[in-house]
Design a protein around this ligand. Structure first.
Ligand code: GLU
Length: 293
Protein backbone atom coordinates (compact mmCIF):
# COMPACT_ATOMS: atom_id res chain seq x y z
CA UNK A 1 0.00 0.00 0.00
CA UNK A 2 1.31 3.46 -0.85
CA UNK A 3 1.96 5.74 2.10
CA UNK A 4 -0.14 8.90 2.04
CA UNK A 5 2.33 11.77 1.56
CA UNK A 6 2.19 13.95 4.66
CA UNK A 7 2.31 17.68 4.10
CA UNK A 8 4.91 19.59 6.07
CA UNK A 9 3.19 21.74 8.69
CA UNK A 10 2.92 25.36 7.53
CA UNK A 11 2.43 28.24 9.98
CA UNK A 12 1.97 31.90 9.20
CA UNK A 13 2.14 35.24 11.00
CA UNK A 14 -0.16 37.68 9.18
CA UNK A 15 0.19 41.28 10.40
CA UNK A 16 -1.43 44.33 8.83
CA UNK A 17 1.05 47.16 8.21
CA UNK A 18 -1.25 49.83 9.60
CA UNK A 19 0.83 50.63 12.67
CA UNK A 20 3.86 49.48 14.65
CA UNK A 21 3.87 45.91 16.01
CA UNK A 22 3.18 45.68 19.74
CA UNK A 23 3.80 42.96 22.33
CA UNK A 24 0.70 40.99 21.29
CA UNK A 25 2.10 40.69 17.78
CA UNK A 26 5.47 39.64 19.21
CA UNK A 27 3.73 36.79 21.08
CA UNK A 28 1.90 35.72 17.92
CA UNK A 29 4.97 35.87 15.71
CA UNK A 30 7.21 34.02 18.18
CA UNK A 31 4.60 31.31 18.85
CA UNK A 32 4.11 30.70 15.12
CA UNK A 33 7.85 30.63 14.53
CA UNK A 34 8.65 28.34 17.47
CA UNK A 35 5.73 25.96 16.85
CA UNK A 36 6.76 25.67 13.19
CA UNK A 37 10.35 24.84 14.16
CA UNK A 38 9.17 22.31 16.78
CA UNK A 39 6.94 20.59 14.25
CA UNK A 40 9.72 20.51 11.62
CA UNK A 41 7.50 22.79 9.55
CA UNK A 42 7.67 26.08 7.65
CA UNK A 43 7.12 29.61 8.95
CA UNK A 44 5.62 32.22 6.61
CA UNK A 45 4.93 35.92 7.06
CA UNK A 46 1.98 37.38 5.17
CA UNK A 47 1.39 41.09 4.83
CA UNK A 48 -2.36 41.79 5.16
CA UNK A 49 -2.57 45.15 3.42
CA UNK A 50 -6.00 45.12 1.78
CA UNK A 51 -6.84 48.36 3.56
CA UNK A 52 -4.68 50.50 1.31
CA UNK A 53 -5.79 53.72 2.99
CA UNK A 54 -4.25 52.72 6.33
CA UNK A 55 -1.32 50.48 5.34
CA UNK A 56 2.04 52.04 4.49
CA UNK A 57 5.46 50.78 3.23
CA UNK A 58 7.04 52.38 6.33
CA UNK A 59 4.94 50.27 8.70
CA UNK A 60 5.73 47.21 6.58
CA UNK A 61 9.48 47.89 6.80
CA UNK A 62 9.06 48.33 10.57
CA UNK A 63 7.41 44.88 10.84
CA UNK A 64 10.34 43.16 9.11
CA UNK A 65 12.85 45.08 11.26
CA UNK A 66 11.04 44.06 14.46
CA UNK A 67 10.75 40.40 13.42
CA UNK A 68 14.45 40.25 12.51
CA UNK A 69 15.37 41.87 15.84
CA UNK A 70 13.31 39.20 17.62
CA UNK A 71 15.61 36.67 15.94
CA UNK A 72 12.93 35.17 13.68
CA UNK A 73 13.59 33.93 10.16
CA UNK A 74 10.89 33.42 7.56
CA UNK A 75 10.57 32.32 3.96
CA UNK A 76 10.87 34.73 1.04
CA UNK A 77 9.10 35.94 -0.97
CA UNK A 78 6.50 37.16 1.47
CA UNK A 79 2.88 37.10 0.22
CA UNK A 80 1.34 40.56 0.14
CA UNK A 81 -2.45 40.71 -0.12
CA UNK A 82 -2.40 43.80 -2.34
CA UNK A 83 -0.74 41.60 -5.02
CA UNK A 84 -3.68 39.18 -5.04
CA UNK A 85 -6.85 41.23 -5.41
CA UNK A 86 -7.78 39.16 -8.46
CA UNK A 87 -7.79 35.95 -6.43
CA UNK A 88 -10.21 37.45 -3.90
CA UNK A 89 -12.32 38.89 -6.72
CA UNK A 90 -12.64 35.50 -8.35
CA UNK A 91 -13.68 33.88 -5.04
CA UNK A 92 -16.29 36.61 -4.63
CA UNK A 93 -17.45 36.13 -8.21
CA UNK A 94 -18.11 32.44 -7.59
CA UNK A 95 -20.31 33.39 -4.61
CA UNK A 96 -22.12 36.03 -6.71
CA UNK A 97 -22.83 33.44 -9.41
CA UNK A 98 -24.27 31.08 -6.80
CA UNK A 99 -26.47 33.85 -5.42
CA UNK A 100 -24.90 33.54 -1.96
CA UNK A 101 -23.98 37.23 -1.70
CA UNK A 102 -25.95 40.38 -2.43
CA UNK A 103 -25.09 44.01 -3.18
CA UNK A 104 -25.52 46.12 -0.05
CA UNK A 105 -26.25 49.79 -0.63
CA UNK A 106 -26.85 51.20 2.87
CA UNK A 107 -24.27 53.78 3.95
CA UNK A 108 -22.76 53.66 7.43
CA UNK A 109 -25.04 56.53 8.44
CA UNK A 110 -28.13 54.74 7.11
CA UNK A 111 -27.24 51.58 9.03
CA UNK A 112 -26.80 53.62 12.22
CA UNK A 113 -30.16 55.29 11.74
CA UNK A 114 -31.89 51.96 11.01
CA UNK A 115 -30.42 50.45 14.19
CA UNK A 116 -31.37 53.49 16.27
CA UNK A 117 -35.00 53.44 15.12
CA UNK A 118 -35.28 49.63 15.15
CA UNK A 119 -33.97 49.22 18.69
CA UNK A 120 -36.05 49.60 21.84
CA UNK A 121 -34.95 49.34 25.46
CA UNK A 122 -36.52 45.91 25.86
CA UNK A 123 -35.59 44.75 22.36
CA UNK A 124 -31.97 45.60 21.57
CA UNK A 125 -30.80 45.29 17.97
CA UNK A 126 -28.90 41.98 17.58
CA UNK A 127 -25.12 42.35 17.71
CA UNK A 128 -22.25 40.18 16.48
CA UNK A 129 -19.63 38.63 18.84
CA UNK A 130 -17.55 41.84 18.52
CA UNK A 131 -20.52 43.96 19.59
CA UNK A 132 -21.28 45.47 16.16
CA UNK A 133 -24.98 45.66 15.22
CA UNK A 134 -25.93 43.10 12.56
CA UNK A 135 -26.55 44.49 9.08
CA UNK A 136 -30.23 45.40 8.58
CA UNK A 137 -32.26 43.10 6.31
CA UNK A 138 -33.27 45.84 3.80
CA UNK A 139 -30.81 45.02 1.01
CA UNK A 140 -31.18 41.27 1.43
CA UNK A 141 -34.91 41.62 0.82
CA UNK A 142 -34.58 43.39 -2.57
CA UNK A 143 -35.72 41.65 -5.72
CA UNK A 144 -33.19 40.78 -8.42
CA UNK A 145 -34.78 43.40 -10.71
CA UNK A 146 -34.31 46.11 -8.13
CA UNK A 147 -30.72 45.04 -7.45
CA UNK A 148 -29.96 45.17 -11.15
CA UNK A 149 -31.54 48.61 -11.47
CA UNK A 150 -29.47 50.00 -8.56
CA UNK A 151 -26.26 48.39 -9.83
CA UNK A 152 -26.90 49.69 -13.37
CA UNK A 153 -27.42 53.16 -11.90
CA UNK A 154 -23.85 52.93 -10.57
CA UNK A 155 -24.81 53.12 -6.89
CA UNK A 156 -21.90 52.51 -4.51
CA UNK A 157 -22.21 49.11 -2.88
CA UNK A 158 -20.51 46.42 -0.85
CA UNK A 159 -21.07 42.67 -1.25
CA UNK A 160 -22.47 40.85 1.76
CA UNK A 161 -22.88 37.17 2.42
CA UNK A 162 -26.52 36.11 2.66
CA UNK A 163 -25.90 34.23 5.90
CA UNK A 164 -29.09 32.13 5.88
CA UNK A 165 -28.54 30.97 2.30
CA UNK A 166 -24.84 30.38 2.91
CA UNK A 167 -25.51 28.21 5.97
CA UNK A 168 -28.13 26.22 4.06
CA UNK A 169 -25.70 25.76 1.16
CA UNK A 170 -22.96 24.53 3.53
CA UNK A 171 -25.37 21.68 4.26
CA UNK A 172 -24.79 20.74 7.88
CA UNK A 173 -23.10 21.79 11.11
CA UNK A 174 -19.51 23.02 10.84
CA UNK A 175 -16.71 22.59 13.36
CA UNK A 176 -13.05 23.35 13.80
CA UNK A 177 -10.22 21.71 15.75
CA UNK A 178 -8.86 24.03 18.40
CA UNK A 179 -5.73 23.65 20.55
CA UNK A 180 -5.36 27.20 21.91
CA UNK A 181 -5.55 28.93 25.29
CA UNK A 182 -9.36 29.16 25.41
CA UNK A 183 -11.88 26.41 24.72
CA UNK A 184 -10.21 23.45 23.00
CA UNK A 185 -11.27 20.37 21.05
CA UNK A 186 -13.96 20.16 18.45
CA UNK A 187 -15.58 23.63 18.40
CA UNK A 188 -19.01 24.06 16.77
CA UNK A 189 -18.96 27.01 14.36
CA UNK A 190 -21.76 29.57 14.74
CA UNK A 191 -21.53 31.80 11.66
CA UNK A 192 -25.16 32.95 12.08
CA UNK A 193 -24.02 35.03 15.08
CA UNK A 194 -22.27 37.36 12.61
CA UNK A 195 -25.21 38.12 10.34
CA UNK A 196 -24.58 39.11 6.73
CA UNK A 197 -20.83 39.76 6.90
CA UNK A 198 -19.22 42.06 4.36
CA UNK A 199 -16.95 40.35 1.80
CA UNK A 200 -15.94 43.39 -0.26
CA UNK A 201 -16.49 47.13 0.05
CA UNK A 202 -16.71 49.87 -2.53
CA UNK A 203 -13.34 51.19 -1.30
CA UNK A 204 -11.61 47.82 -0.64
CA UNK A 205 -11.89 44.92 -3.08
CA UNK A 206 -11.88 42.27 -0.37
CA UNK A 207 -12.60 41.89 3.31
CA UNK A 208 -10.35 40.35 5.94
CA UNK A 209 -12.57 37.24 6.11
CA UNK A 210 -12.52 36.51 2.39
CA UNK A 211 -8.82 37.14 1.85
CA UNK A 212 -7.70 35.19 4.91
CA UNK A 213 -9.39 31.97 3.77
CA UNK A 214 -8.22 32.39 0.16
CA UNK A 215 -4.64 33.06 1.32
CA UNK A 216 -4.47 30.28 3.90
CA UNK A 217 -5.53 27.85 1.17
CA UNK A 218 -3.20 29.35 -1.47
CA UNK A 219 -0.27 29.08 0.94
CA UNK A 220 -1.37 25.60 2.07
CA UNK A 221 -1.36 26.75 5.70
CA UNK A 222 -1.98 23.82 8.04
CA UNK A 223 -1.89 25.65 11.41
CA UNK A 224 -3.48 29.03 12.09
CA UNK A 225 -1.99 30.46 15.29
CA UNK A 226 -3.41 33.87 16.21
CA UNK A 227 -4.94 35.83 19.10
CA UNK A 228 -8.09 34.81 20.96
CA UNK A 229 -9.71 38.01 19.64
CA UNK A 230 -10.20 36.11 16.35
CA UNK A 231 -11.63 32.94 17.96
CA UNK A 232 -15.25 33.65 16.98
CA UNK A 233 -14.32 34.90 13.50
CA UNK A 234 -13.21 31.32 12.81
CA UNK A 235 -16.92 30.46 12.43
CA UNK A 236 -17.05 32.70 9.35
CA UNK A 237 -13.79 31.27 8.04
CA UNK A 238 -15.08 27.70 8.33
CA UNK A 239 -18.23 28.65 6.45
CA UNK A 240 -16.30 30.37 3.65
CA UNK A 241 -13.85 27.45 3.41
CA UNK A 242 -16.78 25.09 3.02
CA UNK A 243 -18.53 27.24 0.38
CA UNK A 244 -15.32 27.75 -1.60
CA UNK A 245 -14.22 24.13 -1.20
CA UNK A 246 -10.97 25.06 0.58
CA UNK A 247 -9.09 22.85 3.05
CA UNK A 248 -9.48 23.51 6.77
CA UNK A 249 -6.40 24.21 8.87
CA UNK A 250 -6.05 23.46 12.59
CA UNK A 251 -6.59 26.48 14.84
CA UNK A 252 -4.72 27.67 17.92
CA UNK A 253 -5.99 30.94 19.40
CA UNK A 254 -3.50 32.19 21.97
CA UNK A 255 -3.93 34.43 25.02
CA UNK A 256 -3.88 38.18 24.47
CA UNK A 257 -1.39 40.57 26.02
CA UNK A 258 -3.39 43.20 27.83
CA UNK A 259 -2.39 46.80 28.44
CA UNK A 260 -2.24 48.38 31.89
CA UNK A 261 -5.91 49.32 31.55
CA UNK A 262 -6.78 45.62 31.12
CA UNK A 263 -7.77 46.18 27.49
CA UNK A 264 -6.31 44.37 24.50
CA UNK A 265 -3.31 46.14 22.95
CA UNK A 266 -4.05 47.73 19.63
CA UNK A 267 -1.81 49.20 16.97
CA UNK A 268 -4.27 51.87 16.02
CA UNK A 269 -4.52 53.09 19.63
CA UNK A 270 -0.77 53.61 19.61
CA UNK A 271 0.15 51.16 22.39
CA UNK A 272 3.85 50.96 22.89
CA UNK A 273 5.44 49.20 19.95
CA UNK A 274 8.25 46.64 19.94
CA UNK A 275 10.54 49.27 18.41
CA UNK A 276 10.00 51.51 21.44
CA UNK A 277 10.90 48.71 23.89
CA UNK A 278 14.02 48.16 21.80
CA UNK A 279 14.93 51.83 22.12
CA UNK A 280 14.42 51.57 25.88
CA UNK A 281 17.11 48.89 25.98
CA UNK A 282 15.11 45.64 26.20
CA UNK A 283 16.81 42.60 24.67
CA UNK A 284 14.82 40.04 22.68
CA UNK A 285 15.25 37.65 25.65
CA UNK A 286 13.84 40.27 28.03
CA UNK A 287 10.89 40.81 25.70
CA UNK A 288 10.16 37.07 25.60
CA UNK A 289 10.27 36.98 29.40
CA UNK A 290 7.91 39.97 29.71
CA UNK A 291 5.33 38.30 27.51
CA UNK A 292 5.53 35.09 29.49
CA UNK A 293 7.58 32.94 27.10
N1 GLU B 1 -4.20 40.53 9.93
C1 GLU B 1 -4.79 40.14 11.18
C2 GLU B 1 -4.30 41.05 12.29
O1 GLU B 1 -3.31 41.74 12.12
C3 GLU B 1 -4.46 38.70 11.57
C4 GLU B 1 -5.26 37.75 10.79
C5 GLU B 1 -5.07 36.28 11.09
O2 GLU B 1 -4.05 35.88 11.69
O3 GLU B 1 -5.92 35.52 10.68
O4 GLU B 1 -4.92 41.08 13.34
Amino acid sequence: MNAIPRQKPIFRFAPSPNGPLHLGHALSAILNHDMAKQAGGRFLVRIEDIDQARCTPEFEAGIFADLAWLGLTWEEPVRRQSDHFRAYQSALQSLIERDLVYPAFLTRGEVKARVATGETSDRPWPRDPDGTPLYPPDDRARSNEERKRLLDAGLKHAWRLDMDKAIAEAGGPLHWRETGDGETGDIPADPAAWGDVVLSRSDAPSSYHLSVVVDDAAQRVTHVVRGLDLFHATSIHRLLQTLLDLPQPLYHHHRLILGEDGKKLSKSLGDTGIAEWRRQGWSPAELRRRIGL
